[in-house]
Design a protein around this ligand. Structure first.
Ligand code: SF4
Ligand code: SF4
Length: 453
């Protein structure tokens, strides 16, 4: 695509980056076919190519964002399906992030929209505030179906029960069982630790059972993705910086004992932490540390495949439909590891049609764009139902919460199933399932067990 930025405009690092991205686009439109909003709405401006044109026009002409641009960019899920499809390597994700930051600086949203975004950015990344707000939303549940739009959507999606805070989500070192093979830290996160403590707990059990020492670092918190996708770049950088500052002293270069990996069990957060190097590329004080942190970051399934999953100790055999989160399959391009590990753990894996399409969760998209999000969720669940699953598995808390609001089929995290199969407790959501018999024959590990330390 031809661009016409001036030299003065290109002096700005973000504009320079966006120009390079725009120049890669050859207008072929392949991306439109796999874009969820284009598939639903059929409007070119709700496709990646249409949005790219809108962004180019806005940035090139240094225009404040218009209502029209905001409408179509707001409808984008940042699912990055378009990046998987694009044959030219257009990094739509970085382009739309720049557009969102420009919108945040140049567009005054209607009062209610502004207020909702402000409230979300001040609540969701902070566990104690988020917990208090969910307890409040629970009181409003009986009224949810009478409440319109976003308010009704927020109350409907709030879970009716919340687990007590987990003792494992506080700073500590959890030793490996047996000889130590590796030492890692994790992102304990924000919303996930309030909504579902079983995910971090099963992850830690799984890791320690496989000889991995887990450091829960003091000061690490929200990855920054939530505010980043709302265009609030400064807040996103602050949250990312806090994580880097929390993890760095654990690395050898930072004077610590050393880390073999930063293991993340929410793929939305993993995508974001893997991008810290890019976020701080122009910050001489942070650049090297941010890049090193990104390099160390892996999804729990990547890490388990690297160290080798132990043979299952029970015969599970349940039919599991695996829902690949967009941040997993598009954001991080992780496809085989979760499926291979679940198969090796004894589950029968089923794949839904249209697996590449988003379930509508996308951070807080389901709260900001409830109509599109609900249509995508229902479409996703209809495809999942056709596979007749006993269990739905996925690797992202956002998808779990979104899908759970529309189905009675139990939804569990991949780590919970792997933990259960290799010696952990049965996931609470499967409490109605009969206890499987102990495994008769020992199956091969996914990969030879190896020491990664
Ligand atoms: S990120 Fe997803 S919703 Fe946005 S343009 Fe790309 S495919 Fe469409
Ligand atoms: S597939 Fe890639 S090159 Fe083709 S229009 Fe979409 S973004 Fe541009």
């Amino acid at each position: 695509m031809q661009t016409n930025f001036t030299l003065a405009q290109l002096a700005d690092a973000d504009t320079r980056e966006s120009e390079a991205i725009l120049r890669k686009c050859v207008h072929c439109g392949f991306c439109t076919a796999t874009c969820p909003t284009y598939v639903l709405l059929g409007d070119e401006l709700d496709s990646p190519r249409g949005r790219i044109y809108l962004i180019k026009d806005m940035l090139e002409n240094e225009r404040p964002a218009t209502e029209k641009v905001v409408k179509h960019i707001d409808r984008c899920l940042s699912c990055l399906s378009c990046m998987t499809t694009c044959p030219s390597g257009v990094h739509y994700g970085h382009l739309v992030d720049h557009a969102r930051s420009h919108i945040e600086k140049t567009y005054r949203r209607p009062l209610l929209d502004r207020g909702l975004r402000w409230v979300l950015s001040l609540i969701v990344p902070y566990p104690s505030r988020f917990r208090a707000s969910l307890l409040g939303a629970r009181l409003g549940k009986p009224l949810a179906r009478f409440l319109p739009g976003r308010l009704g959507a927020m109350i409907r999606i709030a879970p009716s029960r919340l687990p007590a805070p987990s003792p494992w989500d506080t700073p500590q070192v959890i030793p490996a069982q047996g000889p130590r093979r590796a030492r890692v830290t994790t992102l304990i996160g924000c919303a996930q630790r309030v909504l579902n403590t079983a995910i971090n707990e099963s992850t830690i059990r799984l890791l320690t059972r496989h000889g991995v020492e887990v450091v829960v670092a003091r000061g690490s918190g929200c990855c920054g993705a939530l505010v980043h996708h709302m265009g609030k770049s400064e807040s996103a950088h602050d949250q990312a910086r806090r994580n880097i500052d929390a993890w760095w002293p654990e690395t050898e270069a930072g004077g610590g004992e050393g880390l073999d990996a930063i293991v993340i069990n929410a793929s939305g957060c993993g995508t974001s932490v893997k991008d810290y190097g890019f976020m701080f590329r122009d910050d001489p004080a942070m650049r090297d540390r941010a890049a090193a942190i990104s390099d160390l970051t892996v999804d729990i399934t990547e890490f388990m495949q690297r160290i080798g999953l132990a043979a299952p100790v029970i015969d599970t055999g349940h039919a599991v439909t695996y829902h690949s989160a967009c941040s997993m399959q598009h954001g991080q391009q992780i496809k085989a590891p979760p499926r291979d590990l679940l198969r090796a753990a004894g589950f029968r894996i089923r794949e839904p049609a249209e697996g590449h399409l988003c379930c509508g969760s996308a951070g807080v998209y389901n709260l900001l764009q409830p109509e599109i999000a609900t249509r995508l969720r229902d479409r996703k669940l209809a495809n999942i139902d056709r596979t007749e699953p006993e269990i739905i598995a996925t690797g992202n808390i956002g998808c779990m919460t979104q899908l759970a609001a529309g189905t009675d089929t139990p939804i569990v995290h991949t780590a919970e199933l792997l933990d259960w199969a290799t010696g952990g407790p049965k996931p609470a959501r499967l409490s109605d399932f009969p206890d499987p018999p102990p495994h008769a024959a020992v199956s091969e590990p996914v990969q030879d067990q190896q020491n990664v330390a």
